[in-house]
Design a protein around this ligand. Structure first.
Ligand SMILES: Cc1ncc(COP(=O)(O)O)c(C=O)c1O
Length: 383
């Protein structure tokens, strides 16, 4: 957010900002969603809705999970929330007590850690490196002194883009069930998956996407319209939740938000239809092209230590060799100052090693990604 502020200021003074810092699509909601929005404004009251969301949307979300993963989900399993951010707050409140230990991956999405800490939970970060695709494993959980109350995983992850193989996700789900831990599977980047690069540099078959509900209906799946569906500002997310958590979630949600935004609910039903999906898959094809540009262009600039970028729209890069005494935050400020290019420093994602990393988002246009590489090439020392 500090980078965004600095980039906005730079744009005001120089008008030349190119941002690969934001973690959001550069496209509006799909056309059928925009059509449905206009229709809803004309025909619906748009007052409060049921706390867990309107039935038609919950049915559409359940259908999406059934089609994608063959899991048996119906509308009663779905809780619609105010973004997945709203889902995490509700869920952490419902599932954990102050003092409970909840495990997250480092590097990882900072809001898990920050929200859990604000609620008085004891956050344990697992140090996840390249050898496990920056993802937690059962072996890491086994090494803990006592089983935690919960584990949060994200696949594809932010900031690394790495995915958990289906077998490993299933093993994590089983371990959590066996040890009384709640597995929370953040699946908000599902739909944005790529092939892994072979050693010759060509794409091979994408890693299979899986969901924790294939293995355990005691886990919680978190989804959102923000990423694949290109609807960040509509503030709509959802959870698939075990029955035991529903009464607490119902009471908390009705007190805290009453319901998710109703205009977004009516509109989002259309996001799951074939016409929207075709438009959205077009965005994913552009992300794939942008990703290839970065994965081949960055090594040419001497930036070779990159996380695998299996999915989502990020490349997470180790830039320690470029830093000298500088932190990556200072390096990003200097880059912005000298060239107008904004990247996200790693410190929020990894409070231990993030001073040596940056995240590049490739959710923008291919021309922007290409121009960003040109600016970097003109600024970095020749490798
Ligand atoms: C891994 C992950 N989870 C959750 C969120 C929150 O997304 P939203 O509240 O827009 O659904 C983000 C946002 O960047 C994210 O990267």
């Amino acid at each position: 957010m500090d980078v965004w502020k600095a980039a906005a200021e730079r744009q005001r003074t120089h008008g030349d900002v190119l941002s690969l810092a934001a973690g959001q699509p550069s496209t509006p909601a799909p056309t059928p969603v925009l059509r449905a929005t206009r229709h809803a404004v004309d025909t619906e009251l748009l007052g409060y809705t049921e706390t867990f969301g309107i039935l038609a949307l919950r049915e559409a979300i359940a259908g999406y999970h059934r089609d994608r993963y063959g899991v048996d989900v119906d509308a009663d399993d779905v809780v619609v929330t105010t973004g997945s951010s709203g889902a995490f707050t509700l869920l952490f409140l419902a599932a954990f007590d102050p003092g409970d230990t909840v495990v997250v991956a480092r590097p990882g999405y900072p809001a898990y850690r920050n929200t859990l800490a604000a609620l008085g939970c004891n956050v344990v970060e697992l140090d996840c490196g390249p050898d496990t695709r920056y993802q937690p494993t059962v072996a890491m959980l086994e090494a803990l002194d006592t089983p935690p109350a919960g584990l949060v995983v994200a696949s594809p992850a932010n900031p690394t883009g790495t995915m958990i193989e289906p077998d490993e996700l299933a093993a994590l789900a089983r371990w959590c069930d066996d040890h009384g831990a709640l597995l929370i599977s953040d699946e908000i980047y599902h739909g944005i998956e790529f092939g892994t690069l072979s050693s010759s540099g060509t794409s091979v078959a994408p890693p299979e996407t899986s969901t924790s509900w294939v293995t355990s209906r005691e886990s919680v799946v978190v989804g959102s319209v923000s990423k694949y569906f290109s609807m960040t500002g509509w503030r709509l997310g959802w959870m698939l939740v075990p029955e035991s958590l529903r009464p607490a979630l119902q009471r908390l949600a009705s007190n805290m938000t009453v319901c998710p935004p109703s205009i977004s609910q009516f509109a989002a039903i259309e996001a799951f239809g074939a016409e929207s999906r075709a438009e959205l898959d077009g965005h994913v094809a552009r992300y794939a092209a942008n990703r290839e540009l970065l994965l081949s262009g960055l090594p040419d600039l001497g930036i070779t230590k990159l996380a695998p970028a299996d999915g989502a729209f990020y490349v997470y890069a180790d830039i320690a060799h470029l830093l000298g005494d500088e932190t990556s935050t200072a390096w990003c400020s200097r880059l912005l100052h000298d060239t107008g290019l904004a990247l996200a420093p790693g410190i929020d994602f990894d409070t231990v090693r993030g001073d040596e990393t940056v995240r590049l988002s490739f959710a923008g246009s291919t021309a922007d990604v290409s121009a960003a590489l040109d600016r970097l090439a003109g600024w970095l020392p020749v490798p």
